[in-house]
Design a protein. Sequence first.
Length: 460
Amino acid sequence: MPKSSNIAGRLERLPSSPYFYTLIVLIAMGTFWDSYMLFSIGGIATHFFAVTGTKYFAAYLPALLFGGTFIGAILMGTLGDHIGRRNAFTLDVAILAIGATIAVASSSLIIFGIGLFIAGLGTGAEIPLSSTYSQEFAPTARRGYINVLELAIGFTGGTVGGFADLFLVPAFPFGYKLVLLIAAIGGFLTLLMRLKVPESPRWLESKGRTVRADQIMSLIEKKTMLSKGIRKLPLPKKMPEPLRRKWSLSSLFKGKYRRRTASAWAIEFFQGFGFYGFAAFVPIFLHGLGYSIVSSLLYTALIQISYPVGTILTTTFVDRIPRKTGMGVLYFINMLVGIGFLLSGVYHGGAILIVLFGFLTELLIFMDGPLLHTYEAEIYPAYARGSGSSMSFSLSRLGGFVAPLLGGFLLVLYPTTGYISIIAWAAVAWIICSIIAFTLAVNTKNLSLEELEVGSSKQG
């Protein structure tokens, strides 16, 4: 058996096929439930407050979920480089389902909070692991498109979560638990479906397991030809062999990876603060302006339709422009429309303007976010891609953890205006993201994962 099975070259020649897109859908299902949990937590917290009367504990519920996601992103992402992509994202969706089940079955505030924290541990690494997996299967010319397509499917979970809040929370005394029950059942079903997904042959090859990589690659080629109705594939182009090194945290800050890590980590933290702070506090913001819980959840659900729409729009240009340029422009526009949302609420612009600017704000979030998730996975080598991208992504969840903490603190200090400040801070975070993207991020356009590993003059 040769030292390398030329996995990259064989993957590059694969045509689009029903089998390939079936894999993408199966991977996206984990992202679906991750998004569902994250973007239903605002409605869950709002109803929790209405039912229990514990305003300040309810304000910290998003922090418990995001605290779990921060830790989970680091642990599960790192685990993905040791036990494989498939095993890691199978384990994380199981943890998500278990945590949601504990929250549903809880009879005390503490157990409910613990359940949300455990669910967060499961959701933490879902996006970076699924992005890593989808990119390791995709050809260079369509890598961004495939990754963003997977995210577009997954992010519909956020929209579903918003409407679950809308229809279940007002209708039942413990509607917020029914919202979580859906996540628990969906998580367990996804776990069973994902058992059919093969391990990433790129990861296997990077670990020196060339025999197994060749076996899985041959199986993928056969299923591709069968689903495509063809008998032969083009000859593969010889690609650079993957780097095979022992992973260490310090390697993320050495040589060419120092700048890549600094750019991805900084953007992730600030976009996480802005994004999750905004998403989690929109219902509370609207409720604080005097809208009823039902109206707040309705407007939030309408705004959350933007999730898949924004991501689908990104598929049309993700491989046409450098990721860094796209992020820089979109985060700047994100800041402008976020301010528009804030002003339309503070100055009582009415429901139409609030929903419009809210929709545009989150539309932009779901256009710049997929670019970042694609960027943070492709900048690292296969042997550290899961760890590097997940640690980067964990900073997003850390930002998402800090934002509710700050929001809760502001609500304590300023009960009638604290919700306004957190939206304003989100806009500040987005302009910081724009500056970092323009000045520090590196170019990855038209470069294969292997070319990015060895370095290229095109990365400036």
